[in-house]
Design a protein. Structure first.
Length: 248
C-alpha cells in the first residue's frame, strides 16, 4: 500500500511538472509573438505641414506682424487704392472666392517696390489657384524689372507663402541708407537680413515657416522653401552688367 501511494505521488508530480512546462513554453511563445509584432510595427508617420491656418491668424494679423518686425523699415505703408487693384496680383484672381485681404504698397512705388498682399480664401482649395495667379503676375513683371532694376535684391528675396487658406506675397524691407556705399554683396546681405526678420515673425505667429512658392521665372522653377529662398527676378538680374548674383 505504501509503495502504491509513492507511485501515485510520483505520477502526480510528473503531471504537474509537465503542465508547468507547457505553460512556460506557451508564455514564451506568446512573448516572442508580441516582440515580433513590436519589431514589425509601422513607424509613426511624421506630422505633415499644417493644412489649416492657426486659430486667430488673419491677413490683418500677419501684415501687422510683418510691420512690427520691420519697424521703421516697413515702407509698404499705404493701402492699395481700389481702382489700382486690377493692376496688382489681385487682378488675376476671383475675388468672390476671397474671404478677406490686405493689399499694401509704398506711396511712391517708382522709388520703393515694397508690396505686401495677403489673402484668405473662402475655401483652402482655392489657395493653389491664388499662388499660380501670383506667380503668373511676377513672371510678367520680370521684363519690367530687367529694364528698371528697382531694389533688385529686395525683389530677388521676395516671398510667396501659402499657409492653409491664406496666401502671402511679401516684398518688403528697410531701404538702403541714403549715404550707403555698400557693394553688391553687402546690399544682398542687407536684404537677406530684412527678410529674416519677416520670416521669424511669421514663424512665431504660424508655428512654422511655409515653403516659398515664388517662381524664379524659369519653366518649373519654384522656390525651394526655407530661409533665404527668394528666387524672383534672379534670371533678369544676371543680365544686368556688373550686378552681383549670389551663388546658390
Amino acid at each position: 500500500m505504501h509503495k502504491l501511494y509513492l507511485i501515485l505521488m510520483m505520477v502526480l508530480l510528473l503531471l504537474l511538472t509537465g503542465c508547468g512546462g507547457n505553460k512556460t513554453q506557451t508564455a514564451s511563445k506568446n512573448s516572442d509573438k508580441n516582440n515580433d509584432k513590436k519589431a514589425t510595427a509601422t513607424p509613426t508617420k511624421a506630422a505633415d505641414t499644417p493644412v489649416n491656418t492657426p486659430s486667430g491668424v488673419t491677413p490683418e494679423s500677419l501684415e501687422a506682424a510683418i510691420r512690427q518686425a520691420l519697424g521703421d523699415g516697413y515702407v509698404a505703408d499705404m493701402d492699395t487704392p481700389a481702382d489700382e487693384l486690377p493692376l496688382t496680383m489681385l487682378g488675376g484672381i476671383d475675388l468672390s472666392k476671397i474671404d478677406s485681404y490686405v493689399a499694401k504698397q509704398n506711396a511712391v512705388p517708382s522709388v520703393h517696390a515694397d508690396t505686401v498682399i495677403i489673402v484668405r480664401c473662402k475655401d483652402a482649395s482655392y489657395a493653389d489657384t491664388v499662388v499660380a495667379a501670383f506667380n503668373e503676375f511676377v513672371d510678367r513683371a520680370h521684363k519690367q524689372a530687367k529694364i528698371y532694376p528697382l531694389e533688385p535684391f529686395k525683389q530677388m528675396e521676395a516671398r510667396l507663402y501659402k499657409a492653409g487658406d491664406i496666401v502671402m506675397y511679401i516684398m518688403a524691407g528697410a531701404p538702403l541708407p541714403e549715404d550707403s556705399r555698400l557693394d553688391d554683396m553687402q546690399q544682398y546681405q542687407y536684404a537677406v537680413d530684412e527678410y529674416k526678420k519677416i520670416d521669424d515673425a511669421l514663424k512665431s505667429l504660424l508655428g512654422y515657416l511655409p515653403e516659398n512658392l515664388l517662381s524664379d521665372g524659369s519653366e518649373g522653377g519654384d522656390g525651394e522653401g526655407g530661409e533665404d529662398n527668394g528666387a524672383a527676378f534672379s534670371n533678369e538680374i544676371e543680365t544686368i552688367d556688373g550686378a552681383f548674383v549670389p551663388e546658390e
